[in-house]
Design a protein around this ligand. Structure first.
Ligand code: FES
Length: 313
């Protein structure tokens, strides 16, 4: 396994939890009974890392050891065991590429190739502009959507050379990180849509502030589950020829949703068939449809209905 450089050469002189991180550390320690405070070592390491800009300095190890009544080497053992704890600075985007068997068989090598081509780094390296660090890690538990990469706190799944190169270009240009499956899956359902669970929530971005009860979250907004950012699709003022298509012919689209679609200027099958992934995302968000548009493949259904002449115009 490779990762960022093991321990930073340049170290701050001191470390202490401050502000919201101090409160969160207090709460984490208080969760455990007297004499078992060492159980809080991982949350404290994580909080120290978040406070210190993505890595844990030696002074934080010492501070945590003192706080929990542990030997420094015990805290260091934990910090070096878990790849999510960085002991040296990492880039703005830490690309933790899963290299374990399912991801490796499904194309983790292509993901590494995309990182090399787009950012010019390999495992254990940070780009010259400090924007990206690449690490190879072991299974992150998203094998069903392999290959995958954890970028900072979030998973990006169902990767290929092309789509992950696109993600990297997007991040380089200041765009949002798409999270979840880039193949349109909303969870781990089969490709082509869920067969059993039919109301699967779209992926949401990890929010450490919520986990630690720290008030305002620091995670920026994301475009969930799609590479394209949500964007409103082209609308009509009224149905062409004064007659809307019977949109309820699309499986999963009932009269209530049809009426809501009319309200945003969508009247015809060909409009729905032409939506981009960003437009599907926008409509799903605006009408609170969860993953219904992708799950029931409205685009394909609408295209077939339009071609079959089921429309009113
Ligand atoms: S093998 Fe990659 S997430 Fe499990």
């Amino acid at each position: 396994m490779s990762g960022p450089s093991p321990v930073a050469v340049e170290q701050p002189d001191s470390f202490a939890f401050a502000g919201a991180h101090a409160d969160a550390a207090e709460k984490a320690v208080a969760r455990y009974p007297e004499g078992r405070q060492a159980s809080a070592v991982l949350p404290l390491l994580d909080l120290a890392q978040r406070q210190h800009g993505g890595w844990v300095p030696r002074a934080a190890i010492e501070h945590i050891a003192g706080r929990l009544g542990m030997a420094k080497i015990r805290v260091m053992e934990v910090a070096t065991f878990y790849t999510m704890i960085n002991l040296a600075p990492v880039g703005t985007f830490h690309l933790q590429v899963c290299g374990t068997t399912p991801c490796m068989l499904r194309g983790a090598g292509e993901v590494f190739r995309a990182i090399r081509d787009e950012v010019g780094i390999g495992p254990g390296e940070t780009s010259g502009d400090g924007m990206f660090t690449c690490s190879e890690v072991e299974c992150l538990g998203a094998c069903v959507n392999a290959p995958m990469v954890q970028v900072n706190d979030d998973f990006v799944e169902d990767l290929s050379y092309e789509n992950f190169a696109g993600v990297l270009r997007r991040l380089k240009n200041g765009g949002d990180l798409p999270v979840g499956s880039l193949a349109g899956r909303h969870s781990s359902e089969p490709e082509g849509g869920a067969l059993t669970l039919t109301d699967v929530p779209v992926p949401v971005r990890f929010d450490p502030a919520a986990v630690y009860g720290m008030g305002n979250g620091s995670a920026p907004a994301v475009a969930a589950g799609a590479v394209d950012a949500p964007v409103r699709p082209p609308a009509l003022d009224a149905p062409r020829g004064g007659k809307a298509d019977p949109l309820t012919g699309i499986k999963g689209l009932g009269p209530k949703i049809e009426s809501a679609l009319h309200g945003i200027g969508i009247y015809h099958f060909d409009q729905i068939a032409a939506w981009t992934s960003g437009e599907r995302q926008w409509v799903g968000d605006a009408l609170k449809l969860g993953g219904r548009i992708e799950r029931d493949d409205w685009g394909r259904q609408a295209a077939a209905l339009a071609e079959a002449g089921e429309g009113g115009t």
